[in-house]
Design a protein around this ligand. Structure first.
Ligand code: SF4
Length: 697
C-alpha cells in the first residue's frame, strides 16, 4: 500500500451511495474503507462495500472487442455497430433499434446513450434494468407531484419519530441506511413498523411487523387514508392550499377493506393509531411496492396519506423511495427511461421536446414513448427489433420470462453487448461484445436515493483495451453521422452539458436543477464533493414540498383515488404457490462481481427456496434437500430452506444465480412478465408456481 492520499469514490452497489476511500496497492488491486466525510454513510460500509477490493482484477475479463466470437480492433467493432444500426434505421425506421442499459451506468454514460437514441436516432427505444427496480415510483411521483421528485433526505430517517418500512428488506438491501435507522432508534426511540409478507432481518428492529397477505398494500393504505379522515387527522389547510383530488380519494378509500390484508384487526388498528398520532412519519418503500402489477397505485396509496396530512418535505416527515441500484436516480435525471425526456422534462410535451431538440441541435427528437423493458424484448421476439445494444446488464438472466428474453435476443438480426465479461448469459448471445470499463476504472458521477450526486473516480488503469461506456456510445454516434454532437473527450464535458440542460428544464418549471454545476472546470469536476440537488447556487439542496410548490400545471399535488386489486397471475390447482423473489445480503445482481469474493459467497453459497414448514411437510421436502419449482414459463431446482419467516403458500427465492453460476438456478426464468399498466414495471414478487421434491439422478 502506498502512503499517497486515498482516492474518494462511491460504492457501485446499492442506491444508498456510500462514499469510499480507495488506496491502490500498486499491483492492480486496492484497499477500500468507508469515507467519513460522505454524507450518506459517514464512514460506515456494509459487507458488500467492505469486500469491493476482492472483486477486482483482470481474471476472466474481456480485454478486447469480439466480433462474431473473434478478436477485433475497436475500429472494426465500432464500424460494424454503427453500420448495422444505420442500416436498420434506413431499412426499417428508427423504431427498429433499441438500447437496453443499466442503473449501474454512470450519469455520463446514461446521458450520451439517451442523447444518441432520443435526439439523433429519433426513437425513444432506450430502457433500462431500472425499469425492474423503481419505475412504479417514478410513475407515482409524476402522477402526484408532476415530476419524479424525491421529497426528503436520508436525514429524515434520523429525525422521524415513526419509520414505516414497506416492501423493503432494508437490512440486507440498503444496509448502511438500515444501520443509520437502527442507531437513531437506539438514540431517540424511533418507532419502526415493517410491512412485509415475509419476516426478514429488517423486522429485527421493528416494534410491529405486519405480515400482510402479498399484494394488499393498497387496501392497508387506503384504509389508513379513511382512518385519518375519521380521526380528524387531515391537514385541512395543506389539502386546501396545495392538493387536488382529496374528495374522490376519500370516496374510494371509504370502500377499502383493510381486512383483505389478512392481518389481525387489532394490529391494523394499532398501526393506524400510531401513524395518526405521530407527527414525524417517514414511509420508506422499495421493491415490494414497486415490483407489482399495481405498483403505481401502491405508491399513490402511500403518497396520498402523506399529502392529506401535510407530512411531506418537513424534517422527519415524508414518503421515501429507496432505489435499488447506485445510479437509478442518475438515469431518471437524464431521461434514460423509454417514457421520459432528459432533465425531468416530459416526452409528451411539445414545448419540452422543442427545448431539448434545440439544445441538442439534433436532427429528430423522439416524439413518442419508446418500448419499455418487457415490451422491448417482446417486440424483439416478434422480429420488430432488428438491432439491439445491451450495456452493463444481463437480461437473459434477470428479465422476467428469461427464457423468452433469451430467444428474443437470438431473434434480433444484430446484437451488441458491452460488459466486463464475454461469458455472461447475455454476452454469449451477442454478435459484437465490447470490453467495458468497470468500477474502480471508470470516472463520472452517480446520484443516490436522496438526490446526492457523488463522483465515482478511477483508481486503477483500464485493463487491456477496455473503454468507458460513454466513449463507446459517443464513438458510434460519431460514426453514424453526428461527429459534432458526440465530440466528447472526457466525462466532465458531458456533465457540464447535462447540468446546462437542467438549467433549461428549471426555466420550464421543472424540479431537476443542477445548473449551478454547469460552469465547473475540469479541475472542479475532478474535485467535486457530494452535493444534493437542486444545485442552482452551488449549495446542497434540501427537501421539496414542505410548503407546497408542486410541479403540476396547477401547482397542486394530485391525491389519486386507488382501489385494491389482486396480483395479475392467479393461483390454480396446477400452480398453487405464489413465488416471491428478491436479493440476499452479500450478493449483487447476477454476481459478476460479488461472486468473485470468497467471503461474500460464504453467506449464501447457492440458490435456495425458502418455504413454510407446513408446505414443506405436505410436499415431502426436507431441509437442505432439493425442490423443483415450475411456472408456466420455466423451471429451476433449488436447495430447500424450511422457515417460518414465509407464509404458507408464499415461498421466496433469490434472484442472483444464473446458468453461468448455478445450473437450473435462474429464478427469473419462472417469473411472469405481467406489468403495471402505468409504469410498465414487471411483477417480480407474485408469480404462480408448482413445487415438488427433486431427487438428483
Ligand atoms: Fe455499498 Fe449499499 Fe453497502 Fe453502502 S449500503 S456499502 S452503497 S452496498
Amino acid at each position: 500500500m502506498t502512503g499517497a492520499a486515498p482516492i474518494r469514490s462511491t460504492c457501485p452497489y446499492c442506491g444508498v451511495g456510500c462514499g469510499v476511500l480507495l488506496r491502490p496497492d500498486g499491483a492492480g488491486g486496492l484497499s477500500v474503507a468507508g469515507d467519513p466525510e460522505h454524507p450518506a454513510n459517514r464512514g460506515r460500509l456494509c459487507s458488500k462495500g467492505t469486500a469491493l477490493g476482492d472483486t477486482l482484477g483482470t481474471r476472466g475479463r474481456l480485454l478486447h472487442p469480439l466480433v462474431e466470437g473473434r478478436r477485433a480492433t475497436w475500429d472494426d467493432a465500432l464500424d460494424r455497430v454503427a453500420s448495422r444500426f444505420s442500416e436498420a434505421v434506413a431499412m426499417h425506421g428508427p423504431g427498429s433499434i433499441a438500447f437496453y442499459v443499466s442503473g449501474q451506468f454512470l450519469t455520463e454514460d446514461y446521458y450520451v446513450a439517451n442523447k444518441l437514441m432520443k435526439g439523433f436516432i429519433g426513437s425513444a427505444n432506450i430502457d433500462t434494468n431500472s425499469r425492474l427496480c423503481m419505475a412504479s415510483t417514478v410513475a407515482g411521483h409524476r402522477r402526484a407531484f408532476g415530476t419524479d421528485t424525491v421529497p426528503g433526505t436520508y436525514d429524515d430517517l434520523e429525525e422521524a419519530d415513526l419509520v414505516v418500512i414497506v416492501g423493503s428488506n432494508l437490512a440486507w438491501c440498503h444496509p448502511v441506511l438500515y444501520r443509520r435507522l437502527a442507531e437513531a432508534r437506539e438514540r431517540r426511540g424511533t418507532r419502526v413498523v415493517v410491512i412485509d409478507p415475509r419476516r426478514t432481518a429488517t423486522a429485527d428492529i421493528a416494534d410491529m411487523h405486519l405480515a400482510l397477505r402479498p399484494g394488499t398494500d393498497v387496501a392497508l393504505f387506503a384504509g389508513l387514508f379513511a382512518h385519518l379522515h375519521e380521526a380528524g387527522a387531515i391537514d385541512g389547510t395543506f389539502v386546501l392550499d396545495h392538493t387536488e383530488g382529496f374528495d374522490a380519494t376519500l370516496d374510494a378509500a371509504a370502500t377499502a377493506r383493510p381486512g383483505a390484508t389478512g392481518l389481525d384487526p387489532d394490529a391494523i388498528e394499532a398501526f393506524y393509531r400510531l401513524w395518526t398520532r405521530t407527527e414525524r412519519v417517514v414511509t420508506l418503500f422499495s421493491q415490494g411496492v414497486n415490483q407489482s402489477s399495481r405498483g403505481t397505485d401502491k405508491v399513490s396509496a402511500i403518497l396520498n396519506c402523506h399529502l392529506a396530512t401535510g407530512r411531506i418535505g418537513r424534517p422527519g416527515s415524508g414518503p421515501f423511495s429507496v432505489t435499488g441500484q447506485p445510479n437509478a436516480m442518475g438515469g431518471r435525471e437524464v431521461g434514460g427511461l423509454a417514457n421520459t425526456l432528459a432533465a425531468h422534462l416530459d416526452l409528451e410535451d411539445p414545448t419540452h421536446r422543442a427545448a431539448v431538440a434545440g439544445f441538442w441541435d439534433g436532427p429528430r427528437l423522439a416524439d413518442r414513448q419508446g418500448l419499455k423493458a418487457v415490451e422491448m424484448f417482446r417486440a424483439a421476439a416478434q422480429g420488430r427489433v432488428k438491432a439491439l445494444w445491451i450495456a452493463c446488464t444481463n437480461p437473459a438472466a434477470t428479465m422476467p420470462e428469461a427464457d423468452m428474453v433469451r430467444e428474443a435476443i437470438r431473434a434480433c438480426d444484430f446484437v451488441v453487448v458491452s460488459d466486463l465479461f464475454a461469458t455472461t448469459d447475455t454476452a454469449r448471445l451477442a454478435d459484437v461484445v465490447l470490453p467495458a470499463a468497470g468500477w474502480g476504472e471508470k470516472d463520472g458521477t452517480v446520484t443516490n436515493s436522496d438526490r446526492t450526486i457523488s463522483r465515482q473516480r478511477a483508481a486503477l488503469g483500464l485493463p487491456g483495451e477496455a473503454r468507458p461506456d460513454w466513449a463507446a456510445f459517443a464513438e458510434v454516434g460519431r460514426r453514424m453521422g453526428w461527429p459534432r454532437a458526440f465530440d466528447y473527450a472526457r466525462p466532465a464535458e458531458i456533465f457540464r452539458e447535462h447540468a446546462a440542460l437542467s438549467g433549461l428544464a428549471a426555466g420550464l418549471g421543472r424540479d431537476f436543477d443542477i445548473s449551478g454545476l454547469a460552469g465547473l472546470s475540469d479541475a472542479d469536476y475532478d474535485a467535486l464533493a457530494p452535493i444534493r440537488w437542486p444545485v442552482a447556487t452551488g449549495r446542497s439542496g434540501g427537501r421539496f414540498f414542505g410548503a407546497g410548490g408542486f410541479f403540476t400545471p396547477t401547482g397542486r399535488a394530485r391525491i389519486h383515488p386507488v382501489r385494491q386489486e389482486e396480483p395479475a397471475a392467479r393461483t390454480s390447482p396446477r400452480y398453487p404457490f405464489r413465488l416471491n423473489t428478491g436479493r440476499v445480503r452479500d450478493h449483487w445482481h447476477t454476481m459478476t462481481r460479488t461472486g468473485r469474493s470468497a467471503r461474500l459467497s460464504r453467506h449464501m453459497a447457492e440458490p435456495f427456496l425458502q418455504i413454510h414448514p407446513g408446505d414443506a411437510a405436505r410436499l415431502g421436502l426436507v431441509p437442505a434437500g432439493l425442490a423443483r419449482v415450475r411456472s408456466p414459463h420455466g423451471e429451476a431446482v433449488l436447495r430447500v430452506l424450511v422457515s417460518e419467516a414465509v407464509q404458507p403458500g408464499h415461498p421466496f427465492a433469490p434472484m442472483h444465480w444464473t446458468d453461468e453460476t448455478a445450473s437450473a438456478g435462474r429464478i427469473d426464468a419462472l417469473v411472469e412478465a405481467a406489468t403495471d399498466p402505468v409504469s410498465g414495471q414487471p411483477e417480480s414478487k407474485a408469480s404462480v408456481v408448482a413445487i415438488e421434491r427433486f431427487e438428483a439422478a
